[in-house]
Design a protein around this ligand. Structure first.
Ligand code: ZN
Length: 318
């Protein structure tokens, strides 16, 4: 008999401050602290099954990253490097442990939800992941956490089809590139364009056997709830229905919020609740409710906390 479902899993890091990106960096420890405080104050933490993220197995990282990338990140951080790419991706002595936890938390959440021990899950960890390429740290991201989880689901757990929905305001170049040839993983992104990193045009739809399992829905600056939710309802959800996933992963960035300093998109908090509820409906109808969400961007602390509260509230009510 299947084990009884235990509700929403909430995966956090033991010490969110040890990945220290330095003064003035938007991707800062206070992001996760603000999320944790809000989830506690709102009572949502108490409604979840809480667990601390374990370190990711190196074999899990190497399923999507080049061996030399994993080694280079460890060597750079351990030798005291403060920058891991051409400038954006900062590090401190604690960043290696934090990066392993962010990816390890994603794998753990995927395993628990796949096994139906949890109904769904949210991973509140950093560094984020969706810009990290096979052989490159990029855009505040060291390892591609959502890709590591997706590859674990497909290769280790035997998930036939995995959907990744990325509503971070920036395009998830790394995730797209890692799966653009793989028909088992559908990557769908809503993002602002033009904006960093510049990828994610509509005509990028996957290649080879993966043609048709990439969907990019770029939206212009200053688009708001109506425009994003229309694209979500009219294009993203029907494409996911056709793909028929066994589990849905969410690259949940909250930097499309109107108050975010890194973009010009104008979503309200309730748009994140609506997108979450609609994805949960799809997950219920297609994959027994299985949904795992990972924190990506979101750089205004108040908007981030408000949006995560709305998002996790929907997961808990599911
Ligand atoms: Zn972002």
């Amino acid at each position: 008999m299947a084990p009884a479902r235990m509700g929403t899993g909430l995966v956090t890091q033991a010490d969110p401050t040890r990945h220290d990106t330095g003064p003035g960096h938007p991707e800062r420890p206070e992001r996760v602290t603000a999320v944790q405080e809000r989830l506690r104050a709102s009572g949502l933490t108490q409604s979840c099954v809480r667990i601390t993220a374990p370190a990711c197995a190196i074999a899990d990282l190497e399923r999507v990253h080049a061996v030399r990338h994993v080694r280079a990140m460890q060597a750079a951080i351990e030798s005291g490097a403060r920058v891991l790419d051409e400038g954006d991706t900062r590090a401190s002595a604690g960043s290696w442990a934090a990066a392993l936890e962010a990816a390890g938390g994603a794998v753990l959440a995927a395993r628990k939800v796949w096994a139906k021990e949890w109904s769904n899950a949210f991973v509140a960890a950093r560094p984020p992941g969706h810009h990290a390429e096979r052989d490159e740290a990029m855009g505040f991201c060291v390892f591609n956490n959502v890709a590591v989880a997706a590859a674990h689901l497909v290769e280790v757990l035997g998930a036939e089809r995995v959907a990744i929905v990325d509503w971070d305001v920036h395009h998830g170049n790394g995730t797209q590139h890692l799966f653009e040839r793989d028909p088992r993983v559908f990557y769908a992104s809503l993002h602002q364009s033009p904006l960093y990193p510049g990828t994610g045009a509509r005509h990028e739809r996957g290649t080879g056997e993966g043609e048709g399992t990439t969907l990019n829905l770029p939206q212009p600056p200053h688009a708001g709830d109506a425009q994003w939710l229309r694209a979500f309802e009219d294009e993203l959800l029907p494409a996911l229905e056709d793909f028929d996933p066994r589990i849905v992963l969410v690259s949940a960035g909250f930097d499309a919020h109107a108050d975010d300093p890194l973009a010009q998109t104008e979503l309200t908090t309730s748009a994140f609740a609506t997108m979450t509820e609609r994805l949960l409906e799809l997950a219920r109808s297609r994959c027994e409710g299985r949904l795992v969400s990972l924190l990506e961007g979101g750089y205004d602390l108040r908007a981030l906390a408000d949006s995560v509260e709305a998002h996790v509230g929907a997961l808990v009510r599911a």
